[in-house]
Design a binder for this molecule. Sequence first.
Ligand code: FE2
Ligand code: FE2
Length: 358
Amino acid sequence: MIGEPATDSTALDEFHAGLERDFLDGLWRIQGQARDARTRVRPYLWCWETIYRHLLRAGELLRVERAADRRVLLLVNPGLPEIRAATHTFAANVQLIQPGEVAPSHRHTATALRFIIQGHGAYTTVEGERIRMGEGDLILTPNWTWHDHGNETAAPVIWMDALDRPLVAALQAMFFEPYPEERQPVTRPDDYSARKYGAGLRPLGSRAVPALSPQRAYRWADTYAALTTLAAAGEATPYDDVALEYQNPATGGHALPTLGCTIQLLRPGVHTRAHRHTSSTVYHVFRGRGWSVIDGQRFDWARGDFLVVPPWAWHEHANASATEEAILFGVNDLPALEALALYREEAYPDPAGHQPVH
Ligand SMILES: [Fe+2]
Ligand SMILES: [Fe+2]
């Protein structure tokens, strides 16, 4: 705060009022607020039982058609009720599609991804490529790609959606367009991109580096094989145990420009060390049970639950079982923070690496 000369306060008040009338302000009036800004994102756990109960009820009450084109429950962070998102930069949702339904085709500048929680054989079509959905698969819908979903099986299919909607809204770059028909035409063989790029191969003669990942699907069988190979070799990180990031095969970088996706296996009995970083993460518990400590608060989780770690919050994870593995799928905003040179991280300053729980 710059010093105020010993003038009478009435003169200063009049000066400030004059600034406001002319749409100006003095930095000295807001400096404290700006420097001490703290996140409003709160750590929170959404239980699968609760989500599932409401989702089934939505399945009874709402039909998917043009008017209500997605049956989606939004995870609402208790610190951010007005943006209806799990964290300040991206939304995490759970979507249900009933047998015979089609979620009509559209595109938007918000980037989306899906991680399949339950069911087999429904599909999503992204830019003319029909992609089968299986449990544990990750499917990308990059910025401004046409996409629709359908379920031609006899059972409901449920997946997690993540979208960088709050970030795109903050940048005021949100655009949305419905496709003129319910479904876009299928112009490529089924699972085209996963077959083309999934083996780590790239077409000869193509040196162009696409900004958006040309691979749209990552199959669970491949992901799990990579995880278990790493676990068997004992390759683990102190903060996430056995962990992999889904990559854009054309760049080796993050799967999407704004959102990163990870899969991590906490080996039986493992308790990771605590750290914190400016990126925030939403975890979906794909297998197993355990707990996480976030800024001193313990959250016990089990299969299907969702957990959010706010930016710059100390966090550590533990597998509660001595025999079973625990697997967490994670979405984070690390690519956006890195692109803006705002990423930083810190290890918890305790020899054992654990926070006290209160
Ligand atoms: Fe969409
Ligand atoms: Fe972390």
